[in-house]
Design a protein around this ligand. Structure first.
Ligand code: NAP
Ligand code: G4F
Length: 326
């Protein structure tokens, strides 16, 4: 049977890894991207000829309906969102429209065009926010701490509501932080590995960060997109925590990143209160038992391997940039 997938957010970190995974599995892959005055296809240049890109926007219902009619997907992965937590305080309405209501627009388009489409919703560990128990599981109550977290809670529940109201195959992946060399430069892990590489190569002096004591359960994006696919191959739709089960602080991430290039964090890292948040998520740690036992999902890349991989790729990239500039 020919399998066709539509990925919203294909230009983002997860979109790029998921598109590659689905191509390897023989899918016809369509991606939705919003109109921009400059192209944002840099994460998918290597597979650009193998996928079809269409314009569409989570803010525009008609564009979603048209896209589903044109592409006739069997699976839809809704990865698009305003995903940067600090921006959700400066643009709370946009975040609610995109990250929250955008999910309803997708679900309505599925109902209208083809209710048999299987849908993955990119839910987030940010929903646990001020954590009510540790580790967090599928039954841990939510306590979001940012407009982004609140919007994701809405997206999570509307997905379940449409599943129960209209019998849709719609599943939530509650994914904990996952990173890679394709991570956006504003997120803390990539900001660190980019900064470490620049400092090592002599083009930056200092790295200014916010809360060094925040703890996250960090995994590798390439491992996590596999869990998304497994959810849509299951016999029934359901909701799953996807995490490594291991926790580290921002400080520890920094220490390993500086160690990788033979430098010491204390000599280069400063704290700048501008990077503190109005309400912080201090600690996140997931329990992936359900994903492991029911989907057979296992992460392959360790925390140390992840940090090293990101530092090494940033070193190579910045070296190339320096050569081109000289
Ligand atoms: P990302 O790199 O920020 O990518 C977000 C994508 O959404 C980009 O392709 C972006 O397009 C697109 N987008 C934003 N607004 C849009 C709109 N109005 N219409 C259409 N597309 C729009 O995020 P990611 O790290 O790949 O994460 C993927 C999803 O998983 C997101 O929903 C995120 O909230 C969620 N999530 C991520 C993590 C994580 O640790 N990475 C954990 C849990 C959940 P542009 O390229 O045009 O900006
Ligand atoms: O890397 P972050 O910006 O990721 P955050 O806020 O945990 O959100 C990411 O993961 C969520 C899953 O839990 C996703 F849903 C969401 O879309 C996104 O992908 O910040 C991580 C931690 C925070 O506690 C922050 O306060 O790092 C701390 N931090 C310390 N200094 C910093 C910095 N964060 C950023 N971005 N920049 C800093 O300089």
């Amino acid at each position: 049977m020919s399998r066709t997938a539509l990925i919203t957010g294909i230009t983002g970190q997860d979109g790029a890894y998921l598109a590659k995974l689905l191509l390897d599995k023989g899918y016809q892959v369509h991606g939705m991207m919003r109109r921009s005055s400059t192209e944002t296809l840099e994460r998918i240049t290597d597979i650009r000829e193998d996928i079809e890109i269409h314009q569409g926007d989570l803010l525009d219902q008609l564009s979603l309906v048209r896209l589903l009619e044109e592409t006739q997907p069997t699976e839809l992965y809704n990865l698009a969102a305003q995903s940067f937590v600090p921006t959700s305080w400066s643009q709370p309405i946009l975040t609610g429209e995109t990250t929250g209501l955008g999910v309803t627009r997708i679900l309505e388009a599925i109902r209208q065009v083809n209710p048999a489409i299987r849908m993955y919703q990119a839910s987030s560990s940010e929903m646990f926010g001020k954590v009510q128990e540790t580790p967090q599981t599928e039954s841990t109550p939510f306590y979001p701490r940012s407009p982004y977290g609140v919007a994701k809670v809405y997206g999570y529940w509307i997905t379940i509501n449409y599943r129960e109201s209209y019998d849709l195959f719609a599943s939530n992946g509650i994914l904990f932080n996952h990173e890679s060399p394709l991570r956006g430069l504003e997120f803390v892990t990539r900001k660190i590995t980019d900064g470490v590489a620049r400092i090592k190569l002599g083009v930056q002096d200092k790295l200014l960060l916010g809360n060094l004591e925040a703890k996250r359960d960090w995994g590798f994006a390439g491992d996590f997109v596999n869990a998304m696919w497994l959810m849509l191959q299951a016999d029934k739709p359901d909701d799953y925590v996807v995490a490594t089960g291991e926790q580290h602080s921002v400080r520890e991430f920094c220490e390993i990143a500086f160690d990788t290039v033979g430098l010491k964090l204390e000599d280069y890292v400063g704290v700048d209160p501008r990077f503190y948040r109005p309400a912080e998520v201090e600690t996140l740690l997931g329990d992936p038992t359900k994903a492991r036992t029911e989907l057979g999902w296992e992460p392959e890349i360790s925390f140390e391997q992840l940090v090293t991989m990101m530092v090494e790729e940033d070193l190579q990239r910045i070296e190339r940039e320096i050569k081109i500039g000289s």
